[in-house]
Design a protein around this ligand. Structure first.
Ligand SMILES: Cc1cc2nc3c(=O)[nH]c(=O)nc-3n(C[C@H](O)[C@H](O)[C@H](O)COP(=O)(O)OP(=O)(O)OC[C@H]3O[C@@H](n4cnc5c(N)ncnc54)[C@H](O)[C@@H]3O)c2cc1C
Length: 390
């Protein structure tokens, strides 16, 4: 069987869904998204959903800031729910990071982000239950918070469908067909979908999928654990989200009485993204619980609620590839977002649609995210050892 379409998006995580929607908005109404399993079944469904602006490079700070505006007005701009909840976000510097921390906050302010270094006493007012005596520097983003990655993906998918796009679940792309240096189709089982444009947004599956097409990029699937603690709400009714470089944890409130906690340096390489342990280990729970209790001591009295693990698509600099493939006209790559891609997803869809339709991402210069940077040695190395706050 053969079908014909203007574009095929491979992968139904938040990036694929955002790209599909933005292509449809730009007039590519018949695009097809292929998803090997279910929407959000990769990294997206396990995302902690933090929407904060603290980055150490401009391209990400800009993408996060522009995306925040879309999360804040999601129903009006896209339509549907994204679950954005504004909690404010505190970032805690480690002792060795103070200079980088100050210059990163200055860079973020220069792109227009509402953030600033605040005093310990101001931070204590924002977060009365936090222990702050050890903090060499604290930044605060009043507008940041978190959103729901599954809802965001579903909303993008639903709106794309309304605009004419179609989505095929449990339909893996098996290969991309190329003739005379141009994409001619995407194969899925016995079917060939004829197209001149294929966007690869396959998350942790990307390395293997691209290798079979001769594209060797340093993507690695890495496993990361998250726990939810039921906090004593009489003592800690609510708290802002935060990234704590000193203690290598990030956290945010979840629902009315839970605190979600993830970490910034414990990870495990996974050979096959289909096979990894879904639940956190006892040692992880103990380690991360003791780290968060250094910042929020009353959480020692919390109860363990649940925990799970998910996969990042890690790269040597923890930053993604958003690029067209030189030598194969019509092939685009959008993956490698490590542990921080969800917050960027609204702008990623816009920028990838610009790259596909205009030949260049115009709204933000994404050339630092080109695929050749690994060979050129021009990595965007994160400022801290924290693999999430990059
Ligand atoms: C535990 C955890 C916590 C996180 N916390 C945050 C956070 O707080 N804030 C933040 O901004 N980001 C966070 N992230 C990162 C964020 O979730 C990811 O960057 C983002 O979800 C990546 O989306 P994606 O679409 O690129 O990948 P994925 O969601 O993995 O989607 C890729 C999709 O491609 C499909 N696929 C693969 N191969 C094929 C094929 N051949 N054919 C068809 N389909 C295929 C897969 O099934 C999958 O659904 C977190 C991630 C994890 C795991």
């Amino acid at each position: 069987m053969t079908t014909n379409t203007d574009a095929v998006v491979i992968g139904g995580g938040v990036m694929g869904c955002s790209i599909l929607y933005n292509l449809a908005v730009r007039g590519v109404k018949n695009a097809i998204l292929l998803e090997r399993d279910l929407l959000g079944s990769g990294s997206t469904g396990r995302s902690s959903g933090a929407v904060r602006m603290h980055y150490s490079n401009e391209v990400h700070a800009r993408m996060a800031w522009e995306s925040l505006r879309i999360f804040q007005n999601f129903d009006e701009i896209v339509g549907g729910e994204c679950g954005f909840t504004q909690t404010g976000y505190l970032v805690f510097s480690g002792d060795d990071d103070v200079d980088a921390f100050h210059s990163n906050v200055a860079m973020q302010q220069s792109v227009g982000i509402q953030t600033g270094i605040i005093s310990r006493s101001d931070a204590q007012e924002i977060a009365p239950q936090f222990y702050l005596d050890d903090c060499p520097a604290i930044a605060y983003e009043p507008l940041s918070g978190h959103a729901d990655s599954s809802a965001t993906s579903s909303s993008y998918a639903a709106k794309a469908r309304q605009l004419g796009a179609s989505i095929r679940l449990q339909t893996p792309a098996t290969s991309i067909q190329v003739s005379k240096g141009k994409v001619t189709g995407v194969k899925t089982g016995d079917e060939v979908i004829e197209t001149s444009t294929a966007v690869v947004a396959t998350g942790p599956w990307s390395r293997r999928f691209l290798l079979q097409h001769g594209i060797d990029l340093p993507f690695e699937a890495t496993r990361h654990e998250v726990i939810h603690l039921k906090r004593p709400v009489d003592l800690i009714p609510h708290h802002p989200g935060g990234g704590d470089i000193a203690n290598m944890v990030y956290f945010r409130p979840e629902g009315t009485d839970l605190t979600l906690v993830g970490n910034g340096n414990i990870e495990q390489v996974v050979e096959d993204p289909e096979v990894f342990a879904q639940r956190p280990t006892q040692s992880f729970i103990q380690e991360v619980w003791s780290r968060i209790a250094r910042r929020i001591p009353l959480l020692e009295e919390a109860e363990f609620s649940t925990g799970y693990a998910g996969l990042y698509t890690s790269t040597p600099d923890s930053h993604p590839v958003m690029d067209k493939v030189d030598g194969i006209e019509g092939l685009y790559i959008c993956t490698g977002f490590s542990g921080h891609g969800f917050k960027l997803s609204p702008m990623v869809g816009i920028l990838m649609s610009e790259l596909v339709l205009d030949g260049l991402a115009k709204t933000i210069d994404i050339s630092p995210l080109r695929m050749s940077r690994f060979k050129e040695g021009e990595l965007n190395m994160p400022a801290y050892g924290f693999r999430v706050l990059v």
